[in-house]
Design a protein around this ligand. Structure first.
Ligand SMILES: [Zn+2]
Length: 149
């Protein structure tokens, strides 16, 4: 409840979406756990941290699995979701360092997802062995089966 009052007092000029989100934060309330005042925005920030950091393990696991450097789509999704949560938290805090750090990172994340989707559409998958072939391949690089035109 203490945080709700603080939010109201610190943000008298909040408008539009931010005011709606602060109202939601006031409805949810806050609680103190392990020495930290938890409230809606603190949870958003921590979820962003956990999601953004988890991409490291996802990329590491994919690389170890294929024994070559791999950046799976899930890495870009985790990057996008985590950075948007952290941007929202930075906007709530009105912290220019946070805002600038995450204001533009969504651009390469979305671009990489779009390119990956485009390449996946152009790459045939072998019906015989399940290998993903390079874009516009006529034969499976693994088993040599000819792809239908
Ligand atoms: Zn094949």
């Amino acid at each position: 409840m203490r945080n709700c009052a603080r939010v109201r007092l610190c943000r008298p000029d909040a408008s539009g979406l931010m005011r709606e989100m602060e109202l939601l934060a006031q409805v949810v309330g806050s609680t103190r756990l392990i020495g930290i005042d938890w409230h809606f925005w603190k949870v958003v920030g921590w979820v962003g941290n956990v999601v953004f950091f988890s991409r490291f393990f996802v990329q590491w696991w994919a690389t170890e699995k294929r024994k070559q450097v791999v950046v799976p789509n899930s890495f870009w999704w985790l990057s996008l979701i985590g950075s948007l949560c952290l941007l929202a938290y930075g906007l709530w805090r009105r912290d220019s360092v946070f805002i600038f750090a995450y204001a533009f990172t969504w651009i390469p994340y979305i671009r990489n997802l779009v390119i990956s989707r485009r390449v996946a559409r152009e790459c045939p998958t072998c019906a015989t062995c399940g290998t993903d072939a390079p874009p516009r391949a006529c034969f499976c690089p693994q088993c040599g089966v000819k792809f239908a035109a």
